[in-house]
Design a protein around this ligand. Structure first.
Ligand SMILES: Nc1ncnc2c1ncn2[C@@H]1O[C@H](COP(=O)(O)OP(=O)(O)OP(=O)(O)O)[C@@H](O)[C@H]1O
Ligand SMILES: [Mg+2]
Length: 337
């Protein structure tokens, strides 16, 4: 399958990316020791212009760290991060600042992402004024325009965040992210803190904005049903790595990686017949700590299909199945045997 975005240049790209955190803790003797948490542990991902890539995986697998690193809101330990052809890896904040209008983030919690002391109009105008993209009068007009686009009355510009519901606040946060017409937006679980009743509306807004502004997204979500609805491509992450990647149809209808299969088996089906035949939780236990050193495949301790090779070799992400998706699993890497 070729997608129109296949030929486009990557807007955002991770190249052999690693992000590690050093954490210090005291042991029972009171001695300090340092542990390395490998939150992102060797990821190659290219997000092309106009594409919505969904990133899924269990809590703690490194999704937010990857999203932040792509925007250089996080340090890079190894590898590289590129944005629209520029290497961002070694850039400090002064060099990143002019690029920031083109790379925006929408956070999960709309209650903490807006400054409670600023009027909505000031919050929304800020990116335009900070980057010198508009005069005050132009900014006012752009604020009214974007409020209408995200489904709010332009008159709300004079009010403060406390006057709004969670869904309305998320509309405002999204308006702030897109008002300066960024090329790339990372949306980190943008609907999971919202009431079920407004989640679909916010998803529709994302789809509308993608068309309207030709936006490129990384959409982080633990809800696979949502991902199917919104993504052009899905990347499944496990313990700091992408273990499967492909179109939503290929990944969801023909999952190759045992981890993807287990994630999908855990999703309740709306169809009662399928729901009755759904395997009981196949994913047992917790993922290992990202501070642990694991030989071979990082999923093997939870995998029902683990083979001897999985103990000694670390499978790379390579084309599997009928060539439509990439998978990091020896069950699908014939050439490895
Ligand atoms: N600033 C930090 N210092 C130390 N460890 C961190 C830091 N930020 C994240 N981590 C650790 O890195 C790992 C990945 O965290 P991250 O927040 O990226 O996961 P996530 O997939 O977004 O999880 P969730 O679904 O819960 O949001 C976790 O083990 C986390 O505890
Ligand atoms: Mg997260």
């Amino acid at each position: 399958m070729t997608h129109p975005a296949d030929t486009a240049l990557p807007v955002s790209e991770a190249v052999a990316l690693k992000v590690q955190y050093q954490t210090r803790q005291r042991n029972w003797r009171g001695q300090l020791s340092t542990t390395t948490v490998r939150a992102v542990d060797g990821i190659d991902l290219a997000i092309r212009s106009g594409e919505a890539v969904a990133l899924v995986g269990e809590s703690g697998c490194g999704k937010s760290t990857l999203g932040r690193a792509l925007l250089r809101l996080e340090h890079v330990s190894e590898g590289a991060v590129h944005f629209a052809g520029s290497d961002l890896t070694g850039l400090g904040e002064p060099m990143l600042r002019p690029l920031r209008r083109n790379m925006q983030m929408v956070f999960q919690d709309p209650f903490s992402s807006l400054n409670p002391r600023m009027r909505i109009g000031e919050t929304l105008a800020e990116p335009l004024l900070v980057h010198g993209l508009a005069s005050k009068a132009e900014a006012r007009a752009r604020v009214a325009e974007i409020l209408e686009i995200v489904g709010l009355d332009p008159a709300v510009a004079t009010r403060h965040p406390h006057a709004f519901s969670g869904g309305q606040r998320q509309r405002i946060a999204i308006a702030r992210a897109v008002i300066a017409r960024p090329k790339f937006v990372v949306a980190d679980e943008p609907i999971s803190a919202l009431d079920i009743s407004v989640q679909a509306q916010i998803l529709d807004l994302f789809e509308d904005l993608k068309e309207r502004f030709a936006l490129t997204y990384l959409f982080i979500s633990h809800d696979l049903a949502v991902v199917r609805h919104i993504a052009d491509r899905v990347a499944v992450m496990y313990l700091g790595r992408i273990v499967e990647e492909g179109s939503p149809e290929s990944v969801f209808d023909n999952p190759l990686h045992p981890y993807t299969q287990a994630l999908l088996a855990a999703v309740p089906s709306p169809d009662p017949v399928r729901e009755r035949s759904r395997p009981a939780a196949t994913l047992q236990g917790e993922p290992p700590s990202p501070a642990a050193t694991i030989s071979g495949c990082r999923f093997r301790g939870r995998c029902a299909h683990a083979m001897p090779i999985c103990e000694t070799s670390d499978p790379a992400l390579a084309t599997g199945g009928d060539g439509k998706q990439a998978v990091a699993c020896f069950l699908h890497h014939e050439q490895s045997f």
